[in-house]
Design a protein around this ligand. Structure first.
Ligand code: ZN
Ligand code: ZN
Length: 238
């Protein structure tokens, strides 16, 4: 978000009281979300250590990671994708509701990273056409303030989409993998540190992040972690 929008936002914040975006009650802890709605957000405490898949009973690895290790090394997804977080996310992603994005961004910044902190944070790029349609990259707007809060360098120009892909939402796990295969490339002449993290807003099957992790590893990155605000509870949904 540019400096003018940021300044206008601060003024608005100064003039208007905090209001819960979900129920309209008074906001709490400096965000537009009340304490009750914040308490309803599904946390992802019990999850696979490798892919952050929510697990009903604590276990080190989920069945899928036991069968095939994913191409990334560690994962961080502080929330599960479910009510009422899904309402905030869809307002942010599909309704251009930047206030909802700001709440999600602040919530994430208040979490602590369970894996060793990467040396640089990257985002999954949107294809130019999708970026034009939406007007913003929802992952980038979450990543920038998070990187700032963690004191991490942030790069949005490392990966590029080499082709447009279908929206993953309607596809099953196998189709999702096929849909994103070969869809990303490293930009030429980019120097990367040994350990990077790549961020997306929501991780469903992890197909998109897996494809990005493969590209980064082929480019010489030793350790790639995947970060998502929320992880979908079962590998059915990218
Ligand atoms: Zn509320
Ligand atoms: Zn797993």
């Amino acid at each position: 978000m540019d400096a003018l929008v940021e300044r206008l936002y601060r003024w608005q914040r100064f003039l208007l009281p905090l209001r819960c975006l979900l129920c309209g009650a008074a906001g709490a802890k400096g965000i537009d979300l009340c304490a009750d709605c914040a308490a309803d957000l599904p946390r992802n405490h019990s999850c696979c250590a490798r892919c952050a898949l929510p697990l009903a009973i604590p276990a080190a690895l989920c069945g899928e990671c036991q069968r095939h290790a994913p191409p990334w090394d560690g994962a961080w997804a502080p929330f599960r994708y479910g009510w009422p977080l899904d309402r905030l996310e869809s307002r942010y992603k599909f309704g251009a509701d930047l206030a909802a994005g700001r709440v999600l961004s602040t919530l994430w910044q208040r979490e602590s990273c369970p894996v060793a902190l990467a040396q640089c944070l990257l985002t999954v790029p949107l294809h130019r056409r999708r970026l034009r349609q939406r007007g913003y990259n929802q992952a980038l707007e979450l990543a920038r303030p998070l990187a700032r809060a963690l004191g991490l360098p942030f790069r949005h120009d490392v990966l590029q989409r080499t082709r447009s892909t279908e929206a993953q939402t309607e596809l099953d796990a196998i189709s999702r993998r096929r849909n994103v295969r070969g869809a990303f490339a490293l930009r030429h002449g980019i120097e990367l540190p040994a350990h990077v993290a790549i961020l997306d807003d929501v991780m469903t099957t992890g197909a998109t992040l897996a494809e990005c992790a493969r590209v980064l590893k082929r480019g010489g990155v030793q350790r790639v972690d995947v970060w998502a605000l929320a992880r979908a509870p079962s590998p059915s949904g990218g």
